[in-house]
Design a protein around this ligand. Structure first.
Ligand SMILES: *Cc1c(COP(=O)(O)O)cnc(C)c1O
Length: 380
């Protein structure tokens, strides 16, 4: 029997928490304190604690979190920032918005995260920072990255927009490190489709260093302290009280949702076991070391990707492509003079990867149907 499987569905989550969420929204309504209400500090404390960092600063979006991180570190025109080309646009967009130049380093074939072995050759006198992205919910290989940064005296900013609660744990380490706590600054997004999603845009910067945290805190309100006295030229990038109130409610369920995502990932692995040796080039997500992968996305690598996607769509199954065109080939970055072939691993990933439905409320039947239809496609 045919079954509809949406790629993503926010409704069940919101409906199951309807009363709690509405009462939190109502509290903001009653207080009328829309700007910098007490929920913001409460959320900052919650997220800092969750990320094992002493400080967290709520901001307007994940993109602004990246931008404010650069601002706080004094990165700007003439500087270079190393990033992977296989990521969401904002990673590179924020580098350009601050006036710096993105310098791309190709990704690892298995994890899709920046390849640390290719970083050093790209470092110049102008390099101010490395910004690894913890793509799809798995941390980049941070130890070698931090080592390079330390030896070259450059900053590390974690683009952890997809990785709240994710942990990096090399096999020799007894304990994992949370995404966001490892670099100088860590940046998160609460965009509605992220694993902790607001009812609109929202973001957070986490920090280990007090002066740096204070600088981000001032920069998000035009750099003013006290009010109307400006130490720096900042921006308006506050987190909404309403969003903070919603996120505080949803946060209580984050661990449960993450566990559900991990269960779904395990189930996919089981369901696809028999297809792996039969279909050449069919690959499942790889968890590096003892990392805690939070599966913000479940991305497989497949032959005939576009035909498979079309077939699944006709069968009522939603999928998505993260990301169809690597950043070095985007029209807006043509001034960087890159061409096809410059970052072959990223280009191949853009051609071969497909994101399957994964969200806490996805049912067993739906998931089995997805696997069944994928197998049917390759039997044709
Ligand atoms: C979502 C995302 C961002 C941007 O977050 P917004 O809140 O949408 O501005 C940045 N980097 C990555 C890797 C993302 O996935």
């Amino acid at each position: 029997m045919k079954m509809r499987v949406p790629f993503f569905d926010l409704k069940p989550q919101s409906l199951s928490l309807r009363e709690e969420l509405q009462s939190a929204i109502n509290e903001v309504f009653e207080s009328q304190q829309f700007i910098m209400g007490p929920q913001i500090q409460a959320l900052e404390k919650t997220i800092a604690n969750y990320c094992n960092t002493p400080y967290a600063i709520g901001v307007a979006s994940g993109s602004d979190a990246l931008f404010l991180a650069f601002m706080a570190l004094g990165i700007g025109p003439g500087d270079e920032v190393i990033i992977p080309p296989f990521t969401f646009f904002a990673t590179a967009g924020s580098v350009c918005r601050i006036g710096a130049t993105p310098v791309f380093v190709d990704i690892d074939f298995q994890t899709y995260n920046i390849d640390p072995s290719k970083i050093e050759e790209k470092i110049t006198k102008k390099t101010k920072a490395i910004m690894p992205v913890h793509l799809f919910g798995q941390c980049a290989d941070m130890d070698p990255i931090l080592k390079i940064a330390k030896s070259k005296q450059i900053y590390v900013i974690e683009d952890a927009a997809q990785a709240l609660g994710s942990e990096y744990q090399p096999t020799t380490q007894p304990k994992g490190q949370r995404a966001g706590q490892m670099g100088d600054l860590g940046c998160f997004s609460f965009y509605p489709t992220k694993n902790l999603g607001a009812f609109g845009d929202a973001g957070m910067v986490v920090a280990n260093d007090l002066p740096l945290a204070e600088k981000v805190r001032l920069l998000r309100v035009h750099g003013s302290q006290p009010k109307y006295y400006h130490k720096w030229i900042g921006v308006n990038s506050r987190l909404d009280t309403m969003q903070a109130a919603i996120l505080l409610i949803k946060f209580k369920y984050l661990e449960k949702w993450t566990e559900a995502r991990q269960r779904l990932a395990n189930k996919y692995e089981e369901l696809f076991k028999d297809i792996l040796p039969v279909v050449d080039g069919f690959k499942l997500p790889v968890i590096q070391y003892k990392n805690r992968h939070i599966f913000n996305q479940y991305v497989i690598r497949v032959p005939k990707r576009d035909q498979l996607r079309k077939f699944l769509s006709e069968e009522g199954i939603g999928t998505d492509i993260y990301y169809p065109l690597p950043l070095h080939l985007q029209e807006c970055f043509s001034f960087l003079n890159h061409r096809q072939g410059d970052f072959p691993v990223s280009e191949k990933a853009a051609e071969e990867t497909l994101a399957l439905p994964i969200f806490p409320e996805l049912t067993k039947d739906q998931q089995e149907w997805v696997a069944d239809r994928i197998k049917a496609f390759y039997k044709k």
